[in-house]
Design a protein around this ligand. Structure first.
Ligand SMILES: [Zn+2]
Length: 556
Protein backbone atom coordinates (compact mmCIF):
# COMPACT_ATOMS: atom_id res chain seq x y z
CA UNK A 1 0.00 0.00 0.00
CA UNK A 2 1.13 3.51 -0.66
CA UNK A 3 1.34 6.05 2.04
CA UNK A 4 -0.76 9.18 1.69
CA UNK A 5 0.93 12.36 0.48
CA UNK A 6 2.68 14.28 3.17
CA UNK A 7 1.07 17.68 3.01
CA UNK A 8 3.08 20.45 4.57
CA UNK A 9 1.62 23.69 5.75
CA UNK A 10 1.06 26.31 3.12
CA UNK A 11 3.31 29.36 3.35
CA UNK A 12 1.95 32.87 3.26
CA UNK A 13 1.78 34.26 -0.26
CA UNK A 14 1.90 30.85 -1.94
CA UNK A 15 -0.33 30.14 -4.90
CA UNK A 16 -3.89 29.30 -4.05
CA UNK A 17 -4.38 25.56 -4.06
CA UNK A 18 -7.50 23.78 -5.24
CA UNK A 19 -9.82 22.67 -2.43
CA UNK A 20 -9.59 19.09 -3.75
CA UNK A 21 -6.90 16.88 -2.17
CA UNK A 22 -3.86 16.50 -4.40
CA UNK A 23 -4.57 12.85 -5.24
CA UNK A 24 -8.06 13.62 -6.49
CA UNK A 25 -6.81 16.56 -8.51
CA UNK A 26 -4.10 14.42 -10.08
CA UNK A 27 -6.49 11.62 -10.95
CA UNK A 28 -8.75 14.06 -12.76
CA UNK A 29 -5.89 15.85 -14.52
CA UNK A 30 -4.19 12.76 -15.92
CA UNK A 31 -7.35 10.79 -16.74
CA UNK A 32 -7.48 12.07 -20.34
CA UNK A 33 -3.94 10.89 -21.14
CA UNK A 34 -3.59 7.73 -19.06
CA UNK A 35 -4.45 4.79 -21.35
CA UNK A 36 -5.77 1.73 -19.46
CA UNK A 37 -4.60 3.53 -16.31
CA UNK A 38 -1.01 2.42 -17.06
CA UNK A 39 0.36 3.96 -20.28
CA UNK A 40 0.98 7.41 -21.70
CA UNK A 41 1.48 8.11 -25.40
CA UNK A 42 4.43 10.29 -26.34
CA UNK A 43 5.43 11.73 -29.71
CA UNK A 44 8.64 13.19 -31.10
CA UNK A 45 7.39 16.68 -30.14
CA UNK A 46 7.31 15.82 -26.41
CA UNK A 47 10.08 17.44 -24.38
CA UNK A 48 9.89 14.48 -22.01
CA UNK A 49 9.67 11.25 -24.00
CA UNK A 50 10.30 12.79 -27.43
CA UNK A 51 13.37 13.70 -29.46
CA UNK A 52 14.35 14.40 -33.07
CA UNK A 53 11.53 13.15 -35.30
CA UNK A 54 11.74 10.03 -37.45
CA UNK A 55 12.72 10.99 -41.01
CA UNK A 56 9.60 9.38 -42.50
CA UNK A 57 7.02 12.13 -43.08
CA UNK A 58 4.01 11.85 -40.80
CA UNK A 59 5.61 9.36 -38.39
CA UNK A 60 4.92 10.50 -34.80
CA UNK A 61 7.87 8.61 -33.30
CA UNK A 62 11.31 9.88 -32.48
CA UNK A 63 14.55 8.55 -33.92
CA UNK A 64 16.20 5.52 -32.46
CA UNK A 65 19.58 6.46 -30.94
CA UNK A 66 21.72 8.18 -33.55
CA UNK A 67 19.69 6.80 -36.46
CA UNK A 68 17.49 8.97 -38.62
CA UNK A 69 14.50 6.60 -38.36
CA UNK A 70 12.36 5.28 -35.55
CA UNK A 71 12.76 1.60 -34.62
CA UNK A 72 9.74 0.48 -36.70
CA UNK A 73 10.79 2.33 -39.83
CA UNK A 74 14.39 1.31 -39.40
CA UNK A 75 13.42 -2.37 -39.37
CA UNK A 76 11.32 -1.92 -42.53
CA UNK A 77 14.09 0.03 -44.21
CA UNK A 78 16.66 -2.66 -43.38
CA UNK A 79 14.26 -5.33 -44.66
CA UNK A 80 13.94 -3.33 -47.91
CA UNK A 81 17.72 -3.55 -48.36
CA UNK A 82 18.70 -0.06 -47.15
CA UNK A 83 17.42 1.89 -50.16
CA UNK A 84 18.21 5.59 -50.62
CA UNK A 85 16.07 7.24 -47.93
CA UNK A 86 15.01 10.11 -50.19
CA UNK A 87 13.45 7.72 -52.66
CA UNK A 88 12.25 5.03 -50.25
CA UNK A 89 8.50 4.63 -50.13
CA UNK A 90 7.58 3.10 -46.78
CA UNK A 91 5.35 0.14 -47.57
CA UNK A 92 3.63 -0.35 -44.22
CA UNK A 93 1.11 1.55 -42.17
CA UNK A 94 2.45 4.42 -40.09
CA UNK A 95 3.13 3.29 -36.50
CA UNK A 96 1.19 5.02 -33.76
CA UNK A 97 2.80 7.08 -31.03
CA UNK A 98 5.08 5.34 -28.59
CA UNK A 99 3.90 4.23 -25.14
CA UNK A 100 5.59 5.01 -21.85
CA UNK A 101 4.74 2.20 -19.44
CA UNK A 102 3.79 3.25 -15.93
CA UNK A 103 2.21 0.01 -14.73
CA UNK A 104 4.99 -0.82 -12.27
CA UNK A 105 4.50 2.43 -10.38
CA UNK A 106 2.08 2.55 -7.46
CA UNK A 107 -0.56 5.22 -7.18
CA UNK A 108 -0.18 8.19 -6.78
CA UNK A 109 3.40 7.98 -8.14
CA UNK A 110 2.00 6.74 -11.46
CA UNK A 111 -0.25 9.77 -11.76
CA UNK A 112 2.52 12.11 -10.69
CA UNK A 113 4.83 10.92 -13.49
CA UNK A 114 2.01 11.18 -16.04
CA UNK A 115 1.35 14.69 -14.77
CA UNK A 116 5.04 15.61 -15.16
CA UNK A 117 5.01 14.40 -18.78
CA UNK A 118 1.94 16.52 -19.52
CA UNK A 119 3.19 19.61 -17.71
CA UNK A 120 6.48 19.49 -19.64
CA UNK A 121 4.36 20.10 -22.76
CA UNK A 122 3.11 23.39 -21.40
CA UNK A 123 6.02 24.93 -19.50
CA UNK A 124 8.72 27.13 -20.98
CA UNK A 125 12.18 25.50 -20.91
CA UNK A 126 11.00 22.08 -19.70
CA UNK A 127 13.46 19.25 -19.02
CA UNK A 128 14.22 17.12 -22.05
CA UNK A 129 14.43 13.37 -21.94
CA UNK A 130 14.32 10.80 -24.68
CA UNK A 131 11.79 8.03 -24.41
CA UNK A 132 14.34 5.32 -23.63
CA UNK A 133 15.89 7.38 -20.83
CA UNK A 134 12.42 8.21 -19.54
CA UNK A 135 11.41 4.56 -19.44
CA UNK A 136 14.69 3.64 -17.69
CA UNK A 137 14.15 6.39 -15.14
CA UNK A 138 10.59 5.16 -14.49
CA UNK A 139 11.75 1.56 -14.07
CA UNK A 140 14.44 2.75 -11.65
CA UNK A 141 11.85 4.72 -9.74
CA UNK A 142 9.69 1.59 -9.44
CA UNK A 143 12.69 -0.24 -7.96
CA UNK A 144 13.13 2.35 -5.22
CA UNK A 145 9.78 1.34 -3.73
CA UNK A 146 8.60 4.87 -3.01
CA UNK A 147 4.92 5.67 -3.40
CA UNK A 148 5.15 9.35 -4.25
CA UNK A 149 7.77 11.81 -5.47
CA UNK A 150 6.81 14.00 -2.52
CA UNK A 151 7.76 11.33 0.03
CA UNK A 152 11.58 11.19 0.26
CA UNK A 153 13.80 14.16 1.05
CA UNK A 154 15.59 15.31 -2.08
CA UNK A 155 18.95 14.98 -0.35
CA UNK A 156 18.16 11.43 0.82
CA UNK A 157 16.78 10.07 -2.42
CA UNK A 158 16.60 6.25 -2.55
CA UNK A 159 18.62 4.58 -5.28
CA UNK A 160 17.01 1.91 -7.50
CA UNK A 161 19.43 -0.62 -5.96
CA UNK A 162 20.66 -1.87 -9.32
CA UNK A 163 24.28 -1.66 -10.40
CA UNK A 164 25.01 1.31 -12.62
CA UNK A 165 28.20 1.34 -14.73
CA UNK A 166 29.18 -1.87 -12.93
CA UNK A 167 28.93 -0.38 -9.45
CA UNK A 168 26.24 -0.48 -6.84
CA UNK A 169 25.00 3.02 -6.07
CA UNK A 170 24.81 4.25 -2.49
CA UNK A 171 21.41 3.47 -0.91
CA UNK A 172 20.54 7.16 -0.77
CA UNK A 173 21.88 10.13 -2.67
CA UNK A 174 20.98 13.62 -3.77
CA UNK A 175 18.25 13.91 -6.39
CA UNK A 176 19.75 15.62 -9.42
CA UNK A 177 17.90 18.37 -11.24
CA UNK A 178 15.91 16.87 -14.11
CA UNK A 179 12.51 15.43 -14.89
CA UNK A 180 11.83 14.29 -11.32
CA UNK A 181 12.66 17.65 -9.73
CA UNK A 182 10.61 19.33 -12.45
CA UNK A 183 7.66 17.09 -11.57
CA UNK A 184 8.12 17.70 -7.84
CA UNK A 185 8.00 21.43 -8.54
CA UNK A 186 4.87 21.03 -10.65
CA UNK A 187 3.16 18.97 -7.93
CA UNK A 188 4.04 21.57 -5.31
CA UNK A 189 2.71 24.27 -7.62
CA UNK A 190 -0.50 22.30 -7.94
CA UNK A 191 -0.99 22.04 -4.17
CA UNK A 192 -0.01 25.66 -3.56
CA UNK A 193 3.37 24.95 -1.99
CA UNK A 194 5.42 26.89 -4.48
CA UNK A 195 7.10 30.26 -4.54
CA UNK A 196 10.07 32.04 -3.01
CA UNK A 197 8.35 32.57 0.33
CA UNK A 198 7.71 28.88 0.67
CA UNK A 199 11.33 28.07 -0.10
CA UNK A 200 12.63 30.71 2.29
CA UNK A 201 10.56 29.13 5.06
CA UNK A 202 12.49 25.85 4.70
CA UNK A 203 15.81 24.96 6.32
CA UNK A 204 17.17 23.66 3.03
CA UNK A 205 16.73 25.95 0.05
CA UNK A 206 16.67 24.48 -3.43
CA UNK A 207 18.14 27.20 -5.60
CA UNK A 208 16.12 26.10 -8.63
CA UNK A 209 13.04 27.15 -6.66
CA UNK A 210 14.51 30.62 -6.15
CA UNK A 211 14.82 31.28 -9.87
CA UNK A 212 18.52 30.40 -10.13
CA UNK A 213 19.55 29.13 -13.58
CA UNK A 214 22.55 27.30 -15.02
CA UNK A 215 24.58 24.78 -13.06
CA UNK A 216 23.84 26.35 -9.62
CA UNK A 217 20.12 25.68 -10.05
CA UNK A 218 20.91 22.18 -8.82
CA UNK A 219 22.51 23.48 -5.63
CA UNK A 220 21.00 23.54 -2.16
CA UNK A 221 21.68 25.84 0.74
CA UNK A 222 21.46 23.79 3.91
CA UNK A 223 21.07 25.77 7.14
CA UNK A 224 20.59 22.80 9.43
CA UNK A 225 24.13 22.76 10.77
CA UNK A 226 23.63 26.16 12.39
CA UNK A 227 22.49 24.96 15.77
CA UNK A 228 21.48 28.22 17.43
CA UNK A 229 17.93 28.92 16.24
CA UNK A 230 18.26 32.72 16.44
CA UNK A 231 21.52 32.61 14.47
CA UNK A 232 20.04 30.31 11.85
CA UNK A 233 17.11 32.68 11.39
CA UNK A 234 19.50 35.64 11.01
CA UNK A 235 21.66 33.79 8.47
CA UNK A 236 18.58 32.89 6.45
CA UNK A 237 17.52 36.54 6.49
CA UNK A 238 21.00 37.51 5.35
CA UNK A 239 21.10 35.06 2.46
CA UNK A 240 17.61 36.00 1.43
CA UNK A 241 18.81 39.60 1.31
CA UNK A 242 21.91 38.49 -0.63
CA UNK A 243 19.77 36.69 -3.19
CA UNK A 244 17.29 39.54 -3.54
CA UNK A 245 20.14 42.01 -4.10
CA UNK A 246 21.65 39.91 -6.90
CA UNK A 247 24.51 38.16 -5.10
CA UNK A 248 25.82 35.13 -7.02
CA UNK A 249 24.92 31.57 -6.00
CA UNK A 250 28.60 30.75 -5.43
CA UNK A 251 28.94 33.81 -3.20
CA UNK A 252 25.85 32.74 -1.23
CA UNK A 253 27.23 29.25 -0.90
CA UNK A 254 30.49 30.64 0.46
CA UNK A 255 28.63 32.93 2.87
CA UNK A 256 26.69 30.01 4.28
CA UNK A 257 29.73 27.75 4.62
CA UNK A 258 31.67 30.35 6.52
CA UNK A 259 28.83 31.53 8.76
CA UNK A 260 28.23 27.87 9.59
CA UNK A 261 31.86 27.77 10.78
CA UNK A 262 31.14 30.84 12.88
CA UNK A 263 28.20 29.04 14.44
CA UNK A 264 30.51 26.09 15.12
CA UNK A 265 32.89 28.45 16.95
CA UNK A 266 29.96 29.70 19.04
CA UNK A 267 28.98 26.11 19.88
CA UNK A 268 32.56 25.31 20.90
CA UNK A 269 32.81 28.36 23.14
CA UNK A 270 29.35 28.42 24.70
CA UNK A 271 27.30 25.48 23.43
CA UNK A 272 24.54 24.67 20.97
CA UNK A 273 22.02 26.58 23.07
CA UNK A 274 24.13 29.76 23.19
CA UNK A 275 22.10 32.96 23.56
CA UNK A 276 22.82 36.12 21.54
CA UNK A 277 24.36 37.86 24.61
CA UNK A 278 26.95 35.09 24.83
CA UNK A 279 28.27 35.80 21.33
CA UNK A 280 31.33 37.82 22.31
CA UNK A 281 34.85 38.54 21.14
CA UNK A 282 36.02 35.14 22.39
CA UNK A 283 33.81 33.53 19.74
CA UNK A 284 35.33 35.74 17.02
CA UNK A 285 38.81 34.78 18.25
CA UNK A 286 37.91 31.10 18.13
CA UNK A 287 36.57 31.59 14.60
CA UNK A 288 39.85 33.24 13.47
CA UNK A 289 41.73 30.23 14.82
CA UNK A 290 39.38 27.79 13.08
CA UNK A 291 40.18 29.39 9.72
CA UNK A 292 43.92 29.10 10.43
CA UNK A 293 43.53 25.51 11.64
CA UNK A 294 41.78 24.60 8.42
CA UNK A 295 44.91 25.64 6.57
CA UNK A 296 43.35 28.29 4.35
CA UNK A 297 45.84 30.56 2.61
CA UNK A 298 45.75 34.25 3.63
CA UNK A 299 43.74 35.32 0.56
CA UNK A 300 41.15 32.61 1.16
CA UNK A 301 40.93 33.68 4.81
CA UNK A 302 40.41 37.28 3.76
CA UNK A 303 37.54 36.25 1.50
CA UNK A 304 35.89 34.25 4.27
CA UNK A 305 36.38 36.97 6.84
CA UNK A 306 34.79 39.46 4.44
CA UNK A 307 31.71 37.20 4.30
CA UNK A 308 31.37 37.18 8.08
CA UNK A 309 32.02 40.91 8.40
CA UNK A 310 29.28 41.57 5.85
CA UNK A 311 26.92 39.25 7.67
CA UNK A 312 27.48 40.94 11.02
CA UNK A 313 27.14 44.43 9.50
CA UNK A 314 23.93 43.69 7.61
CA UNK A 315 22.42 41.68 10.46
CA UNK A 316 23.01 44.63 12.82
CA UNK A 317 21.61 47.13 10.33
CA UNK A 318 18.41 45.11 10.04
CA UNK A 319 18.18 44.17 13.70
CA UNK A 320 18.37 40.44 13.03
CA UNK A 321 20.86 39.78 15.85
CA UNK A 322 19.58 42.07 18.58
CA UNK A 323 21.35 41.19 21.81
CA UNK A 324 24.71 40.27 20.25
CA UNK A 325 27.32 42.51 21.95
CA UNK A 326 28.82 45.24 19.76
CA UNK A 327 32.27 43.76 20.42
CA UNK A 328 31.42 40.74 18.28
CA UNK A 329 32.67 42.30 15.06
CA UNK A 330 35.54 41.95 12.64
CA UNK A 331 38.00 44.80 12.29
CA UNK A 332 40.50 45.44 9.52
CA UNK A 333 43.26 44.29 11.89
CA UNK A 334 41.63 40.82 11.95
CA UNK A 335 42.38 40.35 8.24
CA UNK A 336 45.66 38.71 7.20
CA UNK A 337 47.80 40.61 4.69
CA UNK A 338 46.96 40.03 1.04
CA UNK A 339 49.41 37.79 -0.80
CA UNK A 340 50.39 39.05 -4.23
CA UNK A 341 50.08 36.19 -6.69
CA UNK A 342 52.57 35.51 -9.44
CA UNK A 343 51.43 35.86 -13.06
CA UNK A 344 49.15 33.02 -14.06
CA UNK A 345 49.57 33.37 -17.82
CA UNK A 346 51.02 30.48 -19.80
CA UNK A 347 54.57 30.95 -21.15
CA UNK A 348 54.89 31.87 -24.83
CA UNK A 349 56.63 28.55 -25.56
CA UNK A 350 53.64 26.63 -24.22
CA UNK A 351 51.17 28.74 -26.18
CA UNK A 352 53.18 28.10 -29.35
CA UNK A 353 52.79 24.35 -28.80
CA UNK A 354 49.06 24.71 -28.11
CA UNK A 355 48.46 26.85 -31.16
CA UNK A 356 50.39 24.70 -33.61
CA UNK A 357 48.20 23.44 -36.44
CA UNK A 358 49.66 19.96 -36.01
CA UNK A 359 48.48 19.77 -32.39
CA UNK A 360 45.09 21.37 -33.09
CA UNK A 361 44.52 18.72 -35.76
CA UNK A 362 44.66 16.08 -33.02
CA UNK A 363 41.34 17.34 -31.67
CA UNK A 364 38.91 15.01 -33.40
CA UNK A 365 35.71 16.14 -31.64
CA UNK A 366 34.57 19.23 -33.58
CA UNK A 367 33.40 20.84 -30.33
CA UNK A 368 36.83 20.84 -28.74
CA UNK A 369 38.54 21.67 -32.06
CA UNK A 370 36.58 24.91 -31.93
CA UNK A 371 36.38 25.50 -28.18
CA UNK A 372 40.06 25.49 -27.23
CA UNK A 373 41.27 27.88 -29.98
CA UNK A 374 38.22 30.05 -29.22
CA UNK A 375 39.23 30.29 -25.55
CA UNK A 376 42.80 31.12 -26.54
CA UNK A 377 41.70 33.81 -28.98
CA UNK A 378 38.94 35.45 -26.97
CA UNK A 379 39.80 34.74 -23.33
CA UNK A 380 36.13 33.98 -22.61
CA UNK A 381 35.22 32.37 -19.31
CA UNK A 382 34.61 28.70 -19.94
CA UNK A 383 31.05 28.87 -18.67
CA UNK A 384 30.24 31.74 -21.04
CA UNK A 385 31.80 29.87 -23.97
CA UNK A 386 29.91 26.63 -23.29
CA UNK A 387 26.59 28.49 -23.42
CA UNK A 388 27.25 30.19 -26.78
CA UNK A 389 24.20 30.01 -29.07
CA UNK A 390 24.32 29.39 -32.82
CA UNK A 391 23.91 33.04 -33.78
CA UNK A 392 26.80 34.41 -31.75
CA UNK A 393 28.80 35.93 -34.62
CA UNK A 394 27.86 39.46 -35.69
CA UNK A 395 29.55 42.03 -37.93
CA UNK A 396 30.07 45.76 -37.58
CA UNK A 397 29.73 48.38 -40.33
CA UNK A 398 33.21 47.59 -41.61
CA UNK A 399 32.17 43.91 -41.76
CA UNK A 400 34.58 42.98 -38.97
CA UNK A 401 33.33 39.93 -37.05
CA UNK A 402 32.56 39.92 -33.32
CA UNK A 403 31.54 37.24 -30.92
CA UNK A 404 28.46 38.23 -28.96
CA UNK A 405 28.10 36.43 -25.65
CA UNK A 406 26.43 36.69 -22.31
CA UNK A 407 28.86 37.47 -19.53
CA UNK A 408 27.14 35.32 -16.96
CA UNK A 409 29.24 36.49 -14.05
CA UNK A 410 28.65 40.19 -14.67
CA UNK A 411 25.14 39.49 -15.99
CA UNK A 412 25.43 41.49 -19.22
CA UNK A 413 25.88 40.95 -22.91
CA UNK A 414 29.30 41.70 -24.34
CA UNK A 415 31.22 41.57 -27.60
CA UNK A 416 34.73 40.51 -28.38
CA UNK A 417 36.44 40.96 -31.75
CA UNK A 418 37.40 37.71 -33.47
CA UNK A 419 39.32 36.79 -36.62
CA UNK A 420 37.41 36.02 -39.82
CA UNK A 421 38.79 32.45 -39.59
CA UNK A 422 37.34 32.04 -36.12
CA UNK A 423 34.00 33.47 -37.30
CA UNK A 424 33.93 30.93 -40.12
CA UNK A 425 34.79 28.05 -37.77
CA UNK A 426 32.00 29.12 -35.38
CA UNK A 427 29.45 29.30 -38.18
CA UNK A 428 30.51 25.89 -39.40
CA UNK A 429 29.98 24.40 -35.93
CA UNK A 430 26.63 26.23 -35.65
CA UNK A 431 25.48 24.60 -38.89
CA UNK A 432 26.67 21.24 -37.60
CA UNK A 433 24.74 21.38 -34.32
CA UNK A 434 21.67 22.77 -36.10
CA UNK A 435 21.63 19.73 -38.40
CA UNK A 436 22.52 17.22 -35.73
CA UNK A 437 20.23 18.58 -32.98
CA UNK A 438 17.94 21.53 -33.56
CA UNK A 439 17.84 25.30 -34.00
CA UNK A 440 17.93 25.58 -30.20
CA UNK A 441 21.21 23.69 -29.82
CA UNK A 442 24.16 25.47 -28.22
CA UNK A 443 27.54 25.45 -29.96
CA UNK A 444 29.01 22.92 -27.54
CA UNK A 445 26.17 20.51 -26.68
CA UNK A 446 26.59 17.67 -24.27
CA UNK A 447 26.22 14.29 -25.90
CA UNK A 448 23.72 12.48 -23.71
CA UNK A 449 20.16 13.27 -22.58
CA UNK A 450 20.12 16.24 -24.92
CA UNK A 451 17.58 15.65 -27.70
CA UNK A 452 17.45 19.26 -28.89
CA UNK A 453 21.07 20.06 -28.02
CA UNK A 454 20.12 22.90 -25.69
CA UNK A 455 22.24 21.63 -22.78
CA UNK A 456 25.90 22.61 -22.96
CA UNK A 457 28.74 20.16 -22.41
CA UNK A 458 29.69 19.78 -18.76
CA UNK A 459 32.73 21.25 -17.08
CA UNK A 460 34.11 17.76 -16.48
CA UNK A 461 33.67 16.77 -20.15
CA UNK A 462 35.69 19.65 -21.57
CA UNK A 463 38.31 19.37 -18.80
CA UNK A 464 38.80 15.69 -19.52
CA UNK A 465 39.08 16.49 -23.23
CA UNK A 466 41.63 19.22 -22.55
CA UNK A 467 43.71 16.95 -20.31
CA UNK A 468 43.69 14.13 -22.85
CA UNK A 469 44.71 16.50 -25.60
CA UNK A 470 47.52 18.07 -23.53
CA UNK A 471 48.89 14.60 -22.81
CA UNK A 472 48.55 13.51 -26.42
CA UNK A 473 50.47 16.55 -27.64
CA UNK A 474 53.07 16.15 -24.87
CA UNK A 475 52.88 19.85 -24.01
CA UNK A 476 55.86 20.72 -21.83
CA UNK A 477 57.01 23.83 -19.99
CA UNK A 478 60.33 25.63 -20.41
CA UNK A 479 62.15 23.00 -18.36
CA UNK A 480 60.69 20.15 -20.39
CA UNK A 481 58.29 19.02 -17.65
CA UNK A 482 54.70 18.08 -18.65
CA UNK A 483 52.22 20.94 -18.21
CA UNK A 484 48.90 20.94 -16.42
CA UNK A 485 46.63 23.48 -18.04
CA UNK A 486 43.19 24.80 -17.13
CA UNK A 487 40.95 26.71 -19.53
CA UNK A 488 41.02 29.69 -17.21
CA UNK A 489 44.74 30.12 -17.90
CA UNK A 490 43.91 31.02 -21.50
CA UNK A 491 42.08 34.01 -20.10
CA UNK A 492 45.06 35.18 -18.09
CA UNK A 493 47.36 34.53 -21.04
CA UNK A 494 45.30 36.65 -23.38
CA UNK A 495 45.15 39.50 -20.88
CA UNK A 496 48.92 39.36 -20.48
CA UNK A 497 49.50 39.30 -24.24
CA UNK A 498 47.39 42.41 -24.65
CA UNK A 499 49.13 44.11 -21.78
CA UNK A 500 52.51 43.33 -23.25
CA UNK A 501 51.37 45.13 -26.36
CA UNK A 502 50.47 48.06 -24.14
CA UNK A 503 46.73 47.82 -24.59
CA UNK A 504 43.90 46.25 -22.80
CA UNK A 505 40.23 46.87 -22.77
CA UNK A 506 38.79 48.78 -19.86
CA UNK A 507 37.43 45.73 -18.16
CA UNK A 508 40.61 43.73 -18.61
CA UNK A 509 41.81 45.22 -15.39
CA UNK A 510 38.82 44.12 -13.39
CA UNK A 511 38.80 45.93 -10.09
CA UNK A 512 41.62 48.15 -11.27
CA UNK A 513 39.43 49.90 -13.82
CA UNK A 514 38.90 52.82 -11.52
CA UNK A 515 42.58 53.20 -10.97
CA UNK A 516 42.94 53.59 -14.72
CA UNK A 517 40.37 56.32 -14.70
CA UNK A 518 38.25 54.40 -17.14
CA UNK A 519 34.52 54.80 -17.40
CA UNK A 520 32.08 51.95 -17.53
CA UNK A 521 29.96 52.65 -20.58
CA UNK A 522 27.86 49.52 -20.41
CA UNK A 523 26.22 47.62 -23.17
CA UNK A 524 23.06 48.72 -24.84
CA UNK A 525 21.36 45.89 -26.61
CA UNK A 526 20.11 46.75 -30.07
CA UNK A 527 16.51 47.23 -31.09
CA UNK A 528 14.76 45.49 -33.93
CA UNK A 529 17.39 46.42 -36.50
CA UNK A 530 20.90 45.05 -36.27
CA UNK A 531 22.83 47.42 -34.04
CA UNK A 532 26.20 48.85 -34.94
CA UNK A 533 28.98 48.59 -32.42
CA UNK A 534 32.36 49.96 -31.83
CA UNK A 535 34.88 49.34 -29.15
CA UNK A 536 34.69 52.00 -26.57
CA UNK A 537 37.85 52.15 -24.68
CA UNK A 538 41.35 50.82 -24.91
CA UNK A 539 43.41 51.90 -21.95
CA UNK A 540 47.03 51.52 -21.06
CA UNK A 541 47.62 48.99 -18.42
CA UNK A 542 48.93 49.93 -15.01
CA UNK A 543 49.59 46.42 -13.80
CA UNK A 544 51.00 44.21 -16.52
CA UNK A 545 51.84 41.53 -14.01
CA UNK A 546 48.43 40.20 -13.31
CA UNK A 547 45.53 41.11 -15.55
CA UNK A 548 42.32 39.85 -14.06
CA UNK A 549 40.51 39.26 -17.29
CA UNK A 550 39.42 41.14 -20.32
CA UNK A 551 36.38 42.10 -22.22
CA UNK A 552 35.62 44.56 -24.95
CA UNK A 553 32.71 46.74 -24.05
CA UNK A 554 30.66 48.21 -26.81
CA UNK A 555 28.33 51.06 -27.25
CA UNK A 556 25.63 51.59 -29.78
ZN1 LIG B 1 9.06 6.28 -37.99
Amino acid sequence: MTRPLRVIESAAGAELASPLPLQDQLRELVAPILIDDRRVFVTADDPVGGGPACAVAGCPRSRKGHQTLCAVHRDRWLAAGKPDLDRWDDPGPCPGPESVLLGRLPVPLRWEIAYGIVQARHRPSPPSLRVISLQNAINGLADTGIGSLLEPDEDRWPSPGRPSHGRMPKPVGILKVGFFTFTIDELDRLRGQFGHEHEYARDVWRLRRLGVTGVPRGWRLDFREIEQGWLRAAVKQFLRWRHDTGHSPSGMHRDLTVVTLLSGALTECVGAAARPEQFDRAVINRFLTVLTERGHAPNARRQRLASVRRFLEIARQHDWIAGVPAGAALYSEDFPKETKLSPRALPASVMAQLESAQNLAKLTDPRWRLLFPLLMETGLRINDALHLPQDCVIHDQQNAPYLRYLNRKMKREALVPISPEMAAAINEQAARVRTQYSAKAVLFPRQTMNPDGSHPASMSAHRAALNTWIQQCRIVNETGAPMRITPHQFRHTLGTRLNVRGIASAASLGARVQRCGSVDLGFRPGGASRPTFYLTRLVSCVDARRPIGWMHRVQR
